[in-house]
Design a protein around this ligand. Structure first.
Ligand code: SAM
Length: 311
């Protein structure tokens, strides 16, 4: 195999496989090559990464070596570890991801934290809130919120039917499917689906992480993003604001009085998106920074900022 030199007996050990894989990934330009090699080898042999350290001289069998070769080859082609493993940790949840879903980013947890802070400040964590997620992808935002709000119910909308299948499986696996529905639809469309009928002005919480990468930025993205995240989830026109332009007037009419809207924005987009949400009749409430210090989430409300209506 290419990822690891064999031992004298034609087999290789965990330690040798790890060293060879880390060197191969580093040569392919992978930043944290040793960590990624450890994660992928651990998954390939069905063990936790700590066992690699505890048993460096364990000899790998042929099937293990083949699985390691396959996953290290994928990572060397710059496929992210989460996509190779088909799962991603988000908030406190373990989510399935596929080529049809965006790989949820830790930055997006800022939005979950902002919404929960606002709801917590109003003493409404246990209230039967309604939550709408526009562009739900894997369902990460909606499911993270439902996992923290025990009486809330939610709807995830996405234009990708394939992504919605993943979101439904995630809801099922997390025991949240009785409180989460997922529906195919276009936020720029005519809202003809049955899910939208009679819902105008009724949502208490709307969240969205729409596509916001500019066409110019697409060429500068890391291969992990450019090659493996669905294009539909990334780009939104020449200035990256097209999705906000289409989505914000819709969100404004769907939101109930006193309801809150939480939007993820790209680096440097906060002022432009604030202007768009104000032009849609929404009131800006605050900005939240991600762990890198970037203003990542905008909070807004419909009409005067006030208490979320209790049902
Ligand atoms: C940036 S991804 C966010 C996915 C997920 N919410 C997350 O945070 O990981 C944007 C999502 O919006 C969906 N989308 C793009 N255009 C849409 C449209 N016109 N109507 C509904 N969903 C759309 C994409 O399929 C994608 O799942």
């Amino acid at each position: 195999m290419a990822a690891a030199r064999s031992t004298g007996a034609g087999r290789t050990t965990v330690a040798r496989a790890l060293a060879a894989a880390a060197a191969r990934l580093a040569a392919a330009g992978v930043e944290d090559s040793r960590r990624d090699a450890r994660l992928l080898i651990a998954a390939a042999i069905g063990a936790g990464p700590e066992r690699l350290i505890a048993e460096p001289e364990r000899v790998l069998d042929g099937a293990e070596a083949a699985r390691i070769e396959a996953s290290i080859a994928r990572r060397a082609a710059r496929e992210p570890v989460s996509r190779i493993l088909g799962r991603r940790g988000f908030w406190s949840l373990e989510l399935e991801i596929t080529p049809d879903t965006l790989d949820p980013r830790p930055d997006s947890e800022t939005l979950v934290a902002a919404v929960l802070e606002r709801i917590g400040a109003q003493g409404l964590v246990g209230a039967p809130l309604s939550v709408l997620d526009l562009g739900t992808g894997s369902g990460c935002l909606l499911l993270a919120l439902l996992s923290e709000l025990p009486a809330a119910r939610g709807l995830g909308l996405d234009i990708s039917a394939a992504a919605l299948e993943v979101a439904r499986r995630n809801a099922r696996n997390l025991g949240l499917s009785h409180r989460a529905r997922f529906v195919a639809g276009d936020w720029a469309g005519d809202w003809a689906g049955d899910w939208a009928v009679g819902l105008d002005g009724s949502w208490q919480v709307i969240v969205s992480n729409p596509p916001y990468i500019t066409e110019a930025e697409i060429g500068e993205l890391a291969p992990e993003v450019a090659r493996y995240d669905p294009r539909l989830a990334l780009t939104a026109g020449s200035d990256g604001l097209d999705a906000y332009r289409k989505l914000l007037p819709r969100a404004a009419s769907l939101l109930g009085q006193g309801g809150i809207l939480a939007l993820e924005v790209g680096c440097g987009q906060q002022d432009a998106v604030t202007a768009l949400l104000v032009a849609s009749g929404l009131t800006a409430l605050g900005r939240y920074r991600d762990l890198g210090g970037i203003e990542r989430c905008l909070l807004a409300s419909r009409g005067k900022p006030g208490e979320l209506a209790r049902k």
